[in-house]
Design a protein around this ligand. Sequence first.
Ligand SMILES: N[C@@H](CCC(=O)N[C@@H](CS)C(=O)NCC(=O)O)C(=O)O
Length: 204
Amino acid sequence: MLKLYCAPNTIAVAAITALNEGVHWEPIRIDFEHGEQTRPDYLAVNPKGRVPALVTPEGVLTETGAILEYLGETALPSFVPVDPLHRARMREIMYYLGTTMHVNHAHKLRGHRWADQASSFADMTAKVPETMNASCAYLEPMVEGPYLMGPEPTLADFYLYAITRWLEGDGVDIGAFANLTAWQAVMETRASVRKARADGFVTG
Ligand SMILES: N[C@@H](CCC(=O)N[C@@H](CS)C(=O)NCC(=O)O)C(=O)O
């Protein structure tokens, strides 16, 4: 059975909700409040000290995009567009989420990754509402509805869902983005998302 090292309200929610779509899996909760992600036993699983990490029969896989694509190829093919251009478009969104929007968000509390001076941190935190707003403005016209790429969800929907859960805390009013608001409401109706909430992986 697949196992996922994960923590609530993190980017691991992308993998959690995708797994809930029909994979037999088990969570291994990492307690961020006690810094469990930095302990040697977890670093032996993922030397980056981050979640998620998926334990597959062949080994451990990290990076949300790679985990989602693995699930798409092994267990959840209906979330991967068949047409090559559509598949690449899905990846285009996923790469954007991983390399830009998630990184924008991380500047709020993880400034120490990029700077050492305490004076730099407040500046990075202050920029987050602007950069996350800009990410939403970029994505807004791309939402075809009801899901990101049209009538059916793709892997990118689960990725974006995890990130949009952070918007309120990042000072962004998703209500200002009609397409994203409608899309998020649809995501909330999915059984996979409801289960993630019921299991305490999504709060608020
Ligand atoms: N690029 C990685 C990033 C993973 C990541 O940054 N996870 C955060 C939670 S959202 C984490 O584990 N942070 C722990 C820490 O910084 O100590 C991915 O997409 O899986």
